[in-house]
Design a protein. Structure first.
Lengths: 411, 259
């Protein structure tokens, strides 16, 4: 079955071999049935492909079906022509990371998936599924801000989003996929028994402000849609999908989570803003404080009656980019930001978090890297295991992280 | 630590992990593995996970790149065996499949705390009760902390080099070239050989693998954790290098189920 499953996913055998750290010719032998699939790759392969061990090891080919129908549920949607090979490969990488994250949690005795289920349940209980999608999104945002501990102080929450999402059990990944129209996606990762949602934002030609919205948009999909649809995909130009209930709900959720009315009132009072005569500098200052893009901020102000139709159009034409870059480092490009971080943070945070499989690269979450190093230093895993959890060979690991490891790295 | 015991038979297998195998390949030391097999009846072997891992490293890591043929050749001429049904059936008989299944289950279990190659190497070693060769003490420490029983001794790369020197397969000069080469490619050396020549470091190195037919070399007393010694007896009329067993050298306990 392996050959049929791999063909159905539209992943190349060479990439799969790199992903599993086995020679390509060996992987081909497994696909062609010349050698049995060894047990040492079975758990990883099942998790990445989203199939059971029984299906993976089944010998009898399925007859009378087209290739697509054999694709595991997670990969069925990823077969779409809107996605590039790079997108699919990145999902493969992320799913492998999910496998190792689950292993690390077992080692550390943590069960994040339980925390996530509790939060998602708390949100869903408050929602009237027959209400308009915008209302569902707003109501969900209110519950979510409370459940995820995001509602203290009516200020911008952009800097809290990532740590809070991780705290409640979501896997948050921001990494570049050049030449891809994929802006964000959400899928379940990890082994069959303990799946957890992963939200991904493409950092290529994107801003931190934009990604705040993407991550929350995908979080909404994780709450509402993941149970019935194993993967949610959001593209830069999503005109065809924009009217779908789940997308309308996710947009309302994002806006309400980031810019509820109380936050606008707070900043209006704090700086004595006159919404009728807003300058580009003031608008940039608001964006920098509330951590949202111009369009989202103005749409919220309009919907909460802070500005009229005319002012909405007028303020939408403001170019706040240069002012924003001056007053907020969040408006810098990723490269500039990481360069600046290099001076202030350990080198590995700025430079050494990329892992490469074939031609594909993934920037690992800094918190995850830190957890792996800590777990190694407390003697709970071996050096080679630490390298494996970070999806790199032991030589790259020694070169990048040798200074952080308490015990000398063995030859 | 070691304690003298009655002589026992040589183990049928030594399971080698990737850290040792890569250094053997890089320094072209397959001669000692051939000798172990031909003159002592000890078959050096690797698990499939290590075969895959090492092949990938030989393809991708610059300092090892281009040495794939050495490994292929060693496997082809049986200097190095793969732990599989073909290897184990003559040793374990009709219950071989059950043993293999047991090794796989143990490997999957250990995989949560040590890496894939280490997990399946130690699983094979534990199930078959044969010694392993690994340089990674962090994996051994982690497994022992978790209550696993790892067969002793645990060989390091330098145990093979010193053994080769003891049986006159390689002279001290050649051993020092090995040391220099590993240093040059950035491989961490055993502390005994890291800042001095092979000749100067040898007196401080406690060889865990030694030939009973020859006077021992190196330190006479254990120097560090896991320092247990296995004395091998030549099983066939060996090269002229090997004489009668040294009557003054005590042998240590080595319970090898595969015998």
């Amino acid at each position: 079955m392996l050959k049929q499953i791999i063909e159905a996913t539209r992943l190349s055998p060479e990439f799969c071999a790199s992903l599993l750290r086995v020679p390509a010719e060996q992987f081909r032998e497994w696909m062609d049935g010349k050698r049995p699939i060894p047990q040492f790759v079975v758990p990883e392969l099942c998790t990445i492909l989203g199939v059971s061990e029984k299906s993976l090891l089944a010998r009898a080919p399925v007859r009378g079906t087209d290739g697509g129908s054999l694709a595991p549920a997670i990969w069925f949607k990823l077969r779409t022509d809107n996605l590039t090979g790079a997108d699919r490969e990145l999902v493969g990488l992320v799913r492998r990371l999910g496998f190792f994250m689950a292993q690390l949690e077992v080692i550390r005795g943590i069960r994040s998936s339980r925390a996530w289920r509790a939060v998602a349940q708390a949100v869903l209980e408050q929602i009237d599924r027959s209400a308009p999608p915008t209302v569902q999104g707003r109501d969900a945002a209110l519950s979510f801000r409370a459940a995820a501990n995001l509602e203290h102080g009516q200020t911008g929450i952009g800097e809290l989003i990532r740590p809070r999402l991780r705290q409640i059990g979501l896997v948050v990944i921001e990494s570049p996929i050049p030449k891809s129209s994929l802006e964000g996606c959400c899928c379940a990762i990890g082994p069959e028994g303990s799946p957890r949602p992963c939200v991904f934002a493409n950092t290529f030609k994107s801003t931190w402000f934009r990604r705040n919205e993407i991550l929350l948009h995908e979080t909404c999909h994780a709450i509402f849609d993941l149970e019935n649809d194993p993967v949610a995909l959001d593209f830069r130009d999503q005109s065809g999908e924009a009217a779908a209930l789940s997308e309308v709900r996710a947009r309302a959720f994002t806006q309400e989570t980031l810019v509820p009315r109380s936050v606008l009132v707070h900043y209006t009072n704090q700086v004595g803003l006159n919404w009728q005569r807003l300058t580009p500098q003031q608008l940039a200052q608001l964006m920098a404080s509330i951590h949202v893009e111009q369009e989202t901020l103005l749409r919220a102000a309009y919907e909460w009656n802070f500005i009229s139709d005319d002012l909405y159009s007028q303020y939408s034409d403001y170019n706040c980019g240069s002012v924003l870059r001056e007053i907020s480092f969040h408006a810098w490009s990723t490269r500039d930001f990481l360069r600046q971080q290099a001076g202030e943070s350990p080198k590995w945070i700025a430079e050494n978090r990329n892992t490469t499989v074939g031609a594909r690269s993934l920037r690992l979450p800094a918190g995850y890297v830190q957890q792996v190093i800590d777990t190694l230093n407390t003697g709970e895993i071996s050096v080679a295991k630490a390298a494996e959890l970070l999806m790199m060979d032991r030589y790259s690991f020694a070169e990048r992280f040798g200074d952080l490891v308490a015990e000398p790295i063995p030859a | 630590m070691s304690s003298p015991a009655a002589p026992q038979n040589n183990p049928k297998l030594i399971i080698i992990d990737s850290s040792v195998l890569l250094q053997l390949i890089a320094t072209e030391q397959f001669g000692v593995l051939r000798l172990l097999r031909s003159d002592f009846g000890v078959q050096p072997a690797i698990v499939q996970a290590v075969e895959s891992e090492v092949t990938c490293i030989l393809q991708n890591v610059p300092k090892f790149r281009g040495r794939q043929d050495q490994m292929k050749k060693a496997i082809g001429n049986k200097t190095l065996a793969i732990v599989d049904r073909d290897l184990l059936a003559p040793i374990l008989g009709s219950s071989v499949d059950a043993w293999i299944r047991q090794m796989e289950l143990e490997g999957v279990r250990l995989y949560s705390t040590v890496d894939r190659g280490e997990a399946f190497t130690h699983a094979a070693s534990m199930v078959l009760n044969v010694p392993t060769a690994t340089n990674d003490t962090t994996a051994v420490s982690r497994l022992l902390r978790g209550g696993e029983t790892i067969p002793r001794p645990i060989f390091r790369f330098w145990d093979f080099v010193v053994f080769a020197h003891q049986v006159d397969l390689v002279d001290a000069g050649a051993c020092d070239k090995v040391r220099q080469f590993l240093h040059k490619i950035g491989e961490r050396l055993h502390p005994c050989f890291s800042n001095c020549s092979f000749h100067d470091g040898l007196p401080y190195f406690y060889a865990r693998l030694a030939c009973a037919n020859r006077p021992t070399v190196g330190a006479s007393q254990p120097q560090e954790r896991f320092d247990d010694r296995l004395l091998l007896i030549a099983t066939r009329s060996p090269t002229d290098a090997l004489g009668e067993p040294d009557q003054h050298t005590p042998r240590n306990k080595s319970d090898v189920r595969a015998e």
